[in-house]
Design a protein around this ligand. Structure first.
Ligand code: ZN
Length: 310
């Protein structure tokens, strides 16, 4: 119905006294339940918010502890050792000495090359994610010292479109590898990704050979490359750089694979073995070299760095 038509009808109703009749009916319903003024009248400054994230419940054992306690325990459940998902900033603070590091290549941003639209346009999705998070893309790179030895860490963020592998992540990995070659510093990639970024389609897939090319150069230069797979490491990442480290590590209980368990189960029409695609299962089948508890991560890396430096 057009606006003009609607307003004309409203006008006619008012002329016919229908609105007045409605008001009379409301009077009859009693004064107690009558809304005197419409809308929310509380000003923003007067609003009282419940503080967010004071308590955290472990999804595995349902143990509840305060956020401060969990933070002090490096986001590992004190009851069952469940490793909560954390972002690049947390990893940088856990691993680099005194939490001091220099961020690299922060000025690269994703672009909507294909004018891709799924539930919403890719450009709108990007803008929304930039506004919601402090992140520039699904990967951050930093350079710092770990137990007094230099290391470049490229770490993914699941909060940025599921840690998806897009052209920015690919470019950052390449630049990180070249930076490592130039300064002769080992590289660590911390993976946490659902797979390739579908909104970048073929551009996403091109990152696989591109990153591997740079990592080959790193290998030719004799610089160590470590990979840490955290929950979850899937799709394009497992199909490329995450599984090619000189030392491949996993966090306890992390889900690591190419396709998800549900897809595999539906394809092979068989039940999957217990613990399928978890770090421990992969370690048993030779895909991982080490399972490292987050509390021992810095120490383990420090030891690896000193061994490779020798
Ligand atoms: Zn727990």
């Amino acid at each position: 119905m057009s606006t003009t038509k609607k307003s004309l009808e409203d006008f006619e109703q008012r002329l016919a006294g229908e609105e007045l009749q409605n008001l009379a009916a409301e009077e009859q319903r009693g004064k107690w339940f009558r809304r005197r003024s419409k809308g929310i009248l509380t000003t923003t400054s007067e609003k009282r918010e419940t503080p967010d994230g004071l308590w955290v419940m472990c999804p595995q054992c349902k143990h509840t502890c305060s956020f401060t306690e969990l933070h002090d325990r490096l986001h590992v459940c004190p009851n069952c050792n469940y490793h909560h998902r954390i972002g690049s900033d947390e990893y940088f603070h856990i691993l680099f000495d005194n939490g001091s590091f220099e961020r690299l290549f922060d000025n690269i941003f994703s672009k909507d090359f294909l004018q891709f639209t799924d539930l919403k346009p890719y450009e709108a999705r990007l803008k929304e994610t930039w506004a919601k998070t402090d992140l520039h893309d699904s990967m951050s790179v930093a350079h710092g010292m770990v137990n007094e030895l230099p290391l470049v860490i490229a770490c993914m963020d699941f909060d940025f479109i599921g840690g998806s592998l897009g052209s920015v992540m690919g470019e950052k990995i390449c630049r990180a590898a070249h930076y490592s070659i130039q300064h002769r510093i080992p590289l660590l990639i911390i993976s946490k990704s659902g797979g390739a970024r579908m909104m970048e389609s073929a551009f996403s897939l091109m990152q696989l050979p591109k990153t591997l090319g740079s990592l080959s150069l790193l290998s030719d230069a004799g610089i160590p490359y470590f990979s840490l797979c955290t929950d979850p490491t899937f799709g394009g990442t497992t199909a490329s750089f995450s599984m090619l480290g000189d030392v491949i590590m996993g966090e306890p209980g992390a889900l690591i694979g190419f396709a998800g368990p549900r897809v595999i189960k539906e394809t092979i029409k068989k039940d999957l073995p217990k613990g399928f695609q978890r770090s421990e299962f992969l370690m048993e089948h030779g895909f991982l070299d080490l399972i490292v508890d987050r509390k021992q991560l810095k120490e383990t890396l420090g030891r690896l760095l000193s061994l490779f430096a020798a």
